[in-house]
Design a protein around this ligand. Structure first.
Ligand SMILES: [Zn+2]
Length: 222
């Protein structure tokens, strides 16, 4: 896996795969999502998690469970533990080439693109999730005042949304973002702390693209 990881870093990644703190109080008017009629026939997306962070196996399971919950309405089940699934590399800190300036957005995850197409290599950055929570100051309590267990628990839904977002880039085979929903550039912090499919949907257009995909080529099993 080490050699593959080097390639991931050296190749083009979804550098615009950025989630930043939405400090404004603007409410999204996504409403209740309309889920696609093709949903029951899509299938299982196997992923293989490579842990290079302090996260425990149980915590990694919780991250995957959040991503799974956000994709279930579209008929996609995210299943960890597969030996040759989509590689999800959970690291500590992003390399300098990925992390932005202090004033810039915080990159929580990246998806590798090659020749204009998404490849099955996703990175998540635990340190970036911590930076996001620290900058937002959580629910009014300083992150540093939390116990280590509370801190890690706070990271899980945020990283789960980041994983779901990157899986969106992979399944839809696009580095682009939408104005609203799961694939928006700027996600509301509350939607990352308390994620729900209703507040992080695919757009109608994204659902149409999803339904038209050749899922066998994406590693999805029926
Ligand atoms: Zn993105």
């Amino acid at each position: 896996m080490t050699g593959e990881s080097v390639r991931v870093r050296s190749a083009y990644v979804d550098m615009s795969a950025v989630m930043q703190i939405a400090m404004t109080a603007v409410m999204l008017t996504t409403g209740r999502a309309n889920y696609p009629s093709c949903a029951p026939s899509i299938g299982v997306l196997p992923i293989t998690v490579y842990n290079r962070s302090r996260m425990s196996g149980t915590e990694l399971d919780a991250i995957v469970a959040t991503a799974d919950r956000l994709w279930r309405p579209y008929g996609v089940t995210i299943s960890a533990g597969a030996p040759h699934g989509v590689a999800v590399i959970v690291g500590a800190e992003p390399p300098a080439a990925v992390s932005q300036s202090a004033a810039g957005p915080i990159v929580l995850g990246t998806t590798l693109f090659s020749d204009g197409h998404a490849t099955p290599y996703i990175h998540l950055w635990v340190g970036a999730a911590e930076a996001l929570i620290t900058a937002s100051d959580g629910d009014g309590r300083r992150y540093s005042a939390l116990t280590s267990v509370e801190r890690d628990a706070a990271l899980l839904p945020v990283l789960g949304v980041a994983l779901a977002h990157e899986i969106g880039h992979y399944l839809l085979d696009t580095p682009h973002h939408s104005r609203v929903g799961l694939l928006q550039t700027t996600l509301r912090f509350h939607d990352m702390r308390v994620p729900s499919p209703e507040h992080l949907p695919l757009t109608d257009q994204q659902q149409r693209v999803l339904c038209a995909k050749d899922f066998a080529g994406l590693g999805l099993r029926q």
